[in-house]
Design a protein around this ligand. Sequence first.
Ligand SMILES: N[C@@H](CCOP(=O)(O)O)C(=O)O
Length: 413
Amino acid sequence: MDALKKFDGKYWKDLFDSRLGKNTWPYGSGVWSKKEWVLPEIDNEDVVSAFEGNTNLFWAERFGKEILGMNDLWVKQCGISHTGSFKDLGMTVLVSQANRMRKLKKNLIGVGCASTGDTSAALSAYCAAAGIPAIIFLPANKISIAQLVQPIANGAIVLSLDTDFDGCMRLIREVTECLPIYLANSLNSLRLEGQKTAAIEICQQFDWKAPDWVIVPGGNLGNVYALYKGFLMCRELGLTDSIPRLVCAQAANANPLYLYYKSGWNEFLPVKASPTFASAIQIGDPVSIERAVYALRNSDGIVEEATEEELMDASAQADLTGMFTRPHTGVALSALKKLRQRGVIASTDRTVVVSTANGLKFTQSKIAYHSKELPELQCKFANSPVEVKADLESVMDVLKSRLPSLQKKNSAS
Ligand SMILES: N[C@@H](CCOP(=O)(O)O)C(=O)O
């Protein structure tokens, strides 16, 4: 880092502006795991990537103004990518490195991960592109169908295990200790190097000004640290003047970080995570707990939680303003609502909510919500399809009952 600091902010701004989105960097700095797997540099020909464009930034104008009284609310859409989640950002870096190791004839028989659905999708796609075996440990019946089909379709070795994510994580760590399988979870710093580019993009998209707040849902907790790293790097290189305050949002059913925060960072206790609609963050013993706490403490951060009702309602409300969120984004939006209600986040604060994956991965729970098939929830924002006879009169009756402008006309005539 010191060697890089000789260049000023303008140098870096020009460099990033000309390069970001082309996936030409970064592929360096740090590898978790066995010593012989540490490689200094990567050649372009080893890069396994499927992106051309940047992930997207959406101005949440209606959600911000109408629901929260905010005028500068943005959603970073990380689900508009090859396998539909932010994990692609990290996995292109990691699998590129694994690809290079294989070409250099290092002893590496495959790449493995434990997953709640997004990491496994990204790993299996990039491994399939590179022709490397992917080994996936999934908690049986705890991930969505859309996520399950991704590694299956990509030809990965998929083990459906009768345990939760934390159990899968323990097992894959043991397996990678005794076999030359490269571990692709966020313990591996290459993942974080890729994921931190989301923070750099956010700064670039705001013309090299860091936002006031960034809110991210948290499960295994690598991402909050990766974002912090990206924002910190921007500030250290003179690209930006500040780093945002980070908010990590957890489902109340899987909230070990929240409890730790509430204890004044006194004592961390893993929890047994209960089922949550935000199943990708149903994690009770996150591997990146220490890094996440470091990121939060150094960014004057906050941890919030959301109940099942809160997160599903927030997700549905956001969709009604033009997004298509998954429950995890609902967790982050619920946290934002609470912080607005308490006056912690001001109406003019520039705030970015990180939407970590595509809502299409969670159609089952969204349909159940809109069909009011979730007895434990009120489903306040449900919008069920209207079953109607296929004749003009019946159709007109429905339209009149649903369109306020038609009702006005009727009462006037
Ligand atoms: N939500 C994750 C859980 C694993 O997290 P990782 O960042 O350590 O890979 C997933 O999609 O599997």
